[in-house]
Structures are given as C-alpha cells and as structure tokens.
Design a protein around this ligand. Structure first.
Ligand code: MRU
Length: 370
C-alpha cells in the first residue's frame, strides 16, 4: 500500500527503535496518524476500539500483543493472562484465536527467557505470511475479474460492489476482497468499485474509499441500501466481499449487511464472491447461523455519527434521542448457497463441504499460480 506516495503496512516495527506501530484507523480519513503500541493492554485496546480492525489485522495485532506481554513477564501465568485478555477483545473473527494459538504454541515450548524473542519472531512471520497470502488472493481473484470482464463491453469498466473494508487496512497489506481490485487496476483492467458506506462505523466510506483514492482506483460511495437498486439496473457485474469467519460448510460471516447484498445478488443473477485467507476458516463448525458468535457493539455507534465540519473540526453528533433503544450487531451470516465462490490464496473453491475439502487438500500441495 502507498499513502501519499509512501509505502506502508497497516502494522509494522519501526526500523530504528523496534517499536510496534499502527495506523490509527479511527481517525481516517480526516487525519492520518501513526500510533505506537507498547504493551499488551494497548494492543487489546487498539483491537477493542477498532484503531485496527479487519480479521487478518486483528490476528496480527494479537500476535504482537502476546510478544509484548512476554517481553514484560515470560511466565506461564502471564502467557495465559495475556492470551485471555486479547481473546476477549472481539469474538467474531476467527483469526484472533488462530494467531493467539500459533504464538502460544511457539512460546510455551520455549524456556521463559527465550519466549519473548520466539513470540516476536512468530508475530513477524504471521505478518509477512499475511502479506504473501493476500497478494496470492489478489492473483486468484484477478483471474476471476478478467473472466467476467471478457464477457462484457471492453470499453466499459467492470463494475464491482464491495461492503465494509476488506482492503489493506483490514490486513497487513493488499487486503482480501480489494487485493484483486488492486491487481486488476495495476494490470490495466478497467474497474469501477461501488463502495457501500457500511453503517454504523462507515468502514466503506471512511476506509475503502480512502484506500481506493490513494491507489487511484475509480470508485463511487453509495448508501448501504443502494446495492439492490444498482443490481436491478444491471450496474453491478460482481459483488466481492471479505469474511471474518467461514465455516467448514461454506457459510460466511462478514460485516452486517453482507447477507442483504447476497440476497440481492442472487435475485439479480450477479455473482457473489468472498475473498478470504484460509486462516479465517473455522474448521470446527458447519452451521454459521447457529454457531458463529456475533459481536454486539455499543449502541452509541448507531446513535451517533462523526464527521468533519466546514471549519475543519471532527465532531460527533447525535442522530436521534437517547430514549430510543438500539441494537448493534456487527456481523451477519450469509448461508453458503448464496456464495458463488470462495477466493483463497490457493484458488477459488465452491462454498460447499466438498469445496472446503478441496481447500484442505490444496493446503497440503505446493502453491500454484492461476
Ligand atoms: O468490524 P470490522 O471493521 O473489523 O469488520 C471487518 C470486516 O467485516 C471485513 O470484511 C472482514 O474482516 C474481512 S477483511 C479482510
């Protein structure tokens, strides 16, 4: 990713000081600010308050959080306490558990004096792997976008609709659903992205639009309710979203509102693809509706909205009186039957138990380029 022409990752170690740094996503797009994370409490706070968010990036931060905890106290009890603190931050994205388990397995096998270094090396490996994985998802998704593009008027851009932010800011770099978009744009394939604003936190309007602007990808922000209308009028060629947790039967849990896009896509015969790293598959469950815990967030996210005033100040205002109760589920589940394909770093698979079995088998083989 490049921001104002400078290369960045969403999380990194400062080359001079070794300090962990992130882009504070709660301030985007109005302010770009880098924030240092110096202990496990700050790592947990950054995940909980969504200074960083997106399934793979949450996992990367948790891995680094454990390394920071062990640098302070490498005992078994502290490893357990820090794992619990980080696991409790957000319940839905499975990458959090996956990366904590990875770091704990490495650290627990080492004598306490070596644990912080071992955990840090594993956290760095998780971040580097995420970059490679997301780039590979980009290559696999590009092949699908090319195919779809070949079916339409070559003078017209391929129309892609996305929900929430599944770009570089949701991962260490590249993104999941946006990686194929960046690959397509860089390869000279004309694309245009419909960006759902993604209430209540507006990750689409604030983050996806910011990324696409920085990369020079043509895009248009629409309200969340516009997708069905655009699809009915033939103005969407493909829906491409990310996933926080995908079950072993192919159900997909992603940002609230994704399911409605899948319904509209089905009704209008628009392909609905989900791009995900294999690490976000929860192999222990099949029925997403019954088994995936859905995070319920603070009602203030629904009741209030922030924006920049004409005087240049960022302010938060109330949309309606506090007496009206609110509910704020952060994710929903799209049943597998609505998913055209799961685009992973190992290829595109059907969202069926057999397709998922294909992913398991692909993981055992050396990677292949599309
Ligand atoms: O609540 P968020 O902003 O963490 O939700 C993010 C999403 O829903 C993304 O689509 C998902 O994490 C997949 S992105 C790589």
């Amino acid at each position: 990713m490049r921001i104002a022409g400078r290369p960045y990752r969403s999380i990194w170690l400062d080359a001079a000081t070794g300090q962990l740094q992130i882009i504070d996503q709660t301030l985007l797009p109005h302010r770009f600010e880098v924030r240092a994370i110096s202990d496990v409490a700050a790592a947990a706070e950054a995940i909980r308050t969504m200074r960083i968010r997106g399934a793979p990036l949450i996992g990367a931060m948790a891995a680094h959080g454990l390394a920071l905890a062990l640098a302070e106290d490498p005992s078994d009890s502290n490893l357990e306490r820090a794992s619990e603190e980080l696991s409790a931050t957000r319940p839905t994205a499975v990458n959090l558990r996956w990366s904590i388990d990875r770091v704990v397995a490495v650290a627990a096998a080492l004598p306490p004096p070596n644990r912080a270094a071992g955990a840090l090396a594993e956290a760095i490996a998780i971040c580097d792997e995420d970059v490679a994985t997301c780039e590979a998802i980009g290559d696999q998704g590009l092949a699908i976008l090319r195919e779809l593009s070949d079916k339409r008027d070559p003078k017209e851009p391929l129309q892609i609709l996305t929900h929430c932010n599944a770009g570089w800011l949701a991962t260490v770099d590249w993104g999941t659903a946006l990686a194929p978009v960046y690959k397509a744009h860089d390869a000279g394939l004309a694309v245009h992205v419909w960006v759902d604003e993604t209430r209540p936190r507006n990750q689409g309007a604030s983050l996806t639009a910011f990324e696409l602007r920085e990369h020079g990808v043509p895009h248009t922000v629409v309200v969340d309710n516009a997708g069905g209308h655009l699809m009915q009028r033939g103005r969407v060629d493909v829906v491409l979203v990310g996933s926080d947790r995908t079950t072993a039967a192919g159900d997909v849990c992603n940002k609230i509102g994704t399911y409605l896009k899948a319904l509209a896509a089905r009704d209008n015969e628009v392909p609905f693809y989900v791009a995900l790293p294999i690490s976000s598959i929860d192999w222990t469950i099949e029925d997403g509706l019954r088994e995936i815990p859905i995070e319920e967030r603070d009602g203030a996210e629904v009741r209030e909205i922030s924006g920049k005033t004409s005087a240049g100040r960022v302010e938060t205002v109330s949309l309606f009186p506090a007496e009206s109760p609110v509910e704020n589920p952060a994710f929903d589940v799209t049943p597998s039957e609505y998913v055209t394909g799961l685009v992973t770093e190992r290829g595109c698979f059907e969202a069926t138990p057999e397709g998922l079995q294909g992913i398991r088998e692909a993981v055992r083989r050396p990677p292949q380029t599309p």
